[in-house]
Design a protein around this ligand. Structure first.
Ligand code: ADP
Ligand code: MG
Length: 248
């Protein structure tokens, strides 16, 4: 028997307006979507249609004007409000959401391992305890193996290729064991082989760590690797046939 649990991520009626001179412009117009733990949902659509804005809302970086956005924590069963602001939003970002932007913005002088471990330092003001440091070392080693960079842990970021940096970018986003992974066109500047490797590891990490992943990409070949594909047009999200299992 399979029991279907509540989706990890539920966005419902997300609407976001911005001022545009005297007028207001609607960037997101009643966007609803769900993603299960371990499910990869691709979001495609023309440039300027609102894809990055949607990720910003889901990642507690921008607050919607209307709608609800709930993330269910697999650990605690707690419902996390993604429309939180201020300190609550910062806490959600640090502990529950991993974000992969197109530009990795890694610190070039750090080693790969240091870049990952640094993420756990951002979670609190006090210096980490010995056991937290150990846990961060173990987690970074596990993730670097998962993204195929186990041998490069002590290399400086500045010596890595673009494709390798993109993989560090994904590993970094997973450091704090997020329930939600938001990925915004990380392959745009990569050649096809490197892009495929990055998508491979996003697919793999989604399944291995049971994270709900929203993967924005304009590359149909990358989107086809997802469990479902949604299309954003003018701030409205629609189902699109494709992916490994077609949209219901
Ligand atoms: P996409 O990621 O699909 O290319 P975006 O979400 O980045 O699209 O942007 C959607 C539209 O909203 C674009 O026209 C962009 O210029 C505009 N936009 C995004 N953020 C803001 C903002 N804070 N204020 C005004 N306009 C914005
Ligand atoms: Mg964008």
């Amino acid at each position: 028997m399979t029991t279907r649990t509540t989706p990890a991520l539920v966005l419902d009626g997300i609407t976001l307006d911005v001022r545009d001179g005297d007028a207001t412009r609607r960037l997101l117009d009643g966007v609803s979507l769900t993603a299960d733990a371990g499910e990869l949902v691709a979001i495609v659509g023309p440039s300027g249609s609102g894809k990055s804005t949607l990720l910003a809302v889901a990642g507690c970086l921008q607050i919607a004007d209307d709608g609800t956005a709930i993330l269910r924590s697999a650990d605690t069963g707690e419902d996390i409000d993604l429309l939180a602001d201020g300190a609550a939003a910062a806490r959600v970002r640090r502990s529950h959401v991993g974000i992969v932007f197109q530009q990795p913005n890694l610190l070039p002088s750090l080693t790969v391992r240091e870049q990952l471990v640094l993420m756990t330092r951002l979670r609190r003001i006090l210096p980490p305890s010995a056991s937290e440091r150990r846990e961060a070392e173990v987690r970074s080693a596990e993730l670097l193996d998962a993204v195929g960079l186990g041998d490069l842990a002590d290399r400086r970021i500045s010596t890595l290729s673009g494709g390798q940096q993109a993989r560090v970018n994904v590993a970094r986003a997973l450091m704090n064991r997020p329930e939600l992974l938001l990925v915004d066109e990380p392959t745009a500047a990569l050649d096809r082989a490197a892009a495929e490797q990055v998508t491979d590891l996003i697919v793999d990490a989604t399944k291995r760590f049971g994270v709900a992943t929203l993967y924005v990409t304009h590359d149909p070949a990358q989107a086809d690797r997802a469990d479902r594909i949604l299309e954003m047009v003018d701030g409205t999200l629609t189902g699109k046939t494709g992916g490994d299992t077609a949209a219901a």
